[in-house]
Design a protein around this ligand. Structure first.
Ligand SMILES: [Zn+2]
Length: 100
């Protein structure tokens, strides 16, 4: 029996998560996680921080969409002060990647 190169690609399934901006499911490791733990919202580049998480593409369009539709407030089911939102999105911009 011959081994085919295709077998090498068969590794662990990549978990999929939905971006709260474009609402598309993407591989978890291509998204940026934002967590809410005990009422503190923070960007979680490791994807391992405690708390509830939402995911966003590192894409300005998704960030703007998420911001406009108050995706964080809705997903975390809480009011978030404007300055916190500012801070989070400013931080997210650091993860922004060129698209297309
Ligand atoms: Zn997106």
């Amino acid at each position: 029996m011959q081994k085919t190169g295709a077998m090498a690609l068969k590794n662990k399934k990549t978990p999929m998560r939905r971006c709260v901006g474009c609402m598309e499911s993407k591989p978890k490791n291509s998204l940026v996680r934002i967590t809410c733990y005990e009422g503190n919202i923070s960007v979680d580049p490791t994807g391992k921080a405690k708390g509830r998480g939402v995911y966003l593409c590192p894409d300005r369009k998704c960030m703007e969409k998420a911001r406009k539709k108050r995706a964080l407030q809705r997903n975390f089911e809480m009011e978030i002060p404007a300055e916190t939102i500012e801070k989070i999105f400013a931080e997210l911009e650091q993860y922004e990647q060129e698209s297309d």
